[in-house]
Design a protein around this ligand. Structure first.
Ligand SMILES: [Zn+2]
Length: 75
């Protein structure tokens, strides 16, 4: 298994956070990008709803590039 998963499961935090981390590392969070890949009927607009930028809502965007998320991390 990749090192990140070993680190995650050995981390001293509540299981709920570990499961969220597992979803994150496995690219299984329900972003608009993921919902579209699973053929959910969400229309053609995959833009991020948090920042309003015309950028597809992916895990990478939500955690590393989204202006709204950056503002949350900075507080
Ligand atoms: Zn965004």
């Amino acid at each position: 298994a990749p090192v990140a998963f070993e680190w995650l499961w050995k981390a001293k935090c509540i299981p709920r956070i570990k499961v969220f981390g597992w979803f994150l590392l496995s690219d299984r969070l329900n972003t608009r990008n993921m919902l579209k890949r699973r053929h959910y009927n969400i229309g053609d607009n995959l833009d991020c709803l948090l920042c309003g930028q015309p950028v597809e809502e992916t895990v990478e965007h939500l955690f590393f590039h989204c202006d709204f998320s950056k503002a949350c991390w900075d507080t």
